[in-house]
Ligand binder design. Structure first.
Ligand code: DQA
Length: 253
């Protein structure tokens, strides 16, 4: 399955608090959830990433090589002056669609120029959140059809089973693919935890609900083959511990 990365740059974490005339009233989570649902409809995996920092955006672009098949990028204000982001887009050789919620061509003059436009396959602007969904459709329909895209290649590769070393190599390759998927899901899970922590903090509710944790563990134990049941529960216990830790961290901050 192919993967689309939804990347948002500075100040897009503040959607919902920014000028609704340009950016609408929804939050970044609303936007990301709309993209995740679109991904289900299009049959692609969706990874979401947001950062205020130019270096984090560049690093994420670099580490997308060999992992991501298409990128929807709203680089925020960096669009107008970051040659470093432009260069990163150019070197990764992944189709990137530049997206803006507002119509940058009909605002202040300094927003009219995009230094990343020339290295992106298309620019979509002025359509609000819908622009991200349109960009995803374009990536899937027009730019990710090539069989040489990263994940298509690994799906199509004929496994070499001639020696134990080759067999082991194939198994490890499969594990790497699975780990990649696990951590995409892990990141999505942690984002939900962050939102839950905020809701609970605002409502003055406790972080820990032991009855719910017991119920989750039972469900997890029953959802895998019996020989993996206690390992799955141990993993879930660790996830619950990390989630509690994260919620406490957010409540403190
Ligand atoms: C924006 C437009 C940029 O000019 C601005 O700096 C942003 C958001 C948009 O989505 O409309 O932060 O990229």
């Amino acid at each position: 399955m192919k993967t689309i990365l939804i990347m948002n740059g500075p100040n897009l974490s503040m959607l919902g608090k920014r000028d609704p005339k340009h950016y609408g009233s929804g939050t970044l989570s609303d936007l990301e959830n709309a993209c995740i649902n679109k991904g289900i409809e299009l049959g692609v995996k969706v990874q979401c990433f947001q950062s205020e920092s130019e270096s984090a955006i560049i690093r994420k672009l670099h580490t997308s090589m060999g992992v991501i098949d298409g990128i929807v990028l709203n680089a925020g204000a960096y669009t107008h002056y970051s040659i470093a982001i432009r260069d990163a887009i150019e070197l990764i050789r992944i189709p990137v669609i530049e997206v803006h919620l507002s119509d940058i061509h009909n605002r202040e003059d300094f927003r009219n120029t995009s230094v990343i436009e020339a290295v992106c396959v298309e620019q979509v602007c002025g359509m609000g959140v819908k622009g991200y969904l349109v960009a995803m459709e374009k990536l899937v329909g027009k730019y990710m059809t090539d069989d040489s895209s990263v994940n298509a290649l690994s799906d199509a590769a004929v496994p070499d089973t001639s020696t134990p070393e080759a067999l082991l190599g194939e198994e490890r390759k499969a594990l790497n693919e699975i780990d990649k998927e696990i951590f995409v899901l892990f990141e999505r899970r942690m984002k939900h935890i962050d939102r839950i922590a905020k809701i609970k903090a605002e409502a003055g509710m406790p972080t820990q609900v032991p009855s719910r944790e017991a119920e989750i563990l039972e469900r997890v134990g029953n959802s895998v083959e019996e020989q993996y049941s206690s390992a799955a529960q141990a993993l879930m216990q660790e996830l619950l511990r990390l989630s509690r830790e994260r919620q406490n961290e957010i409540n403190k901050g």
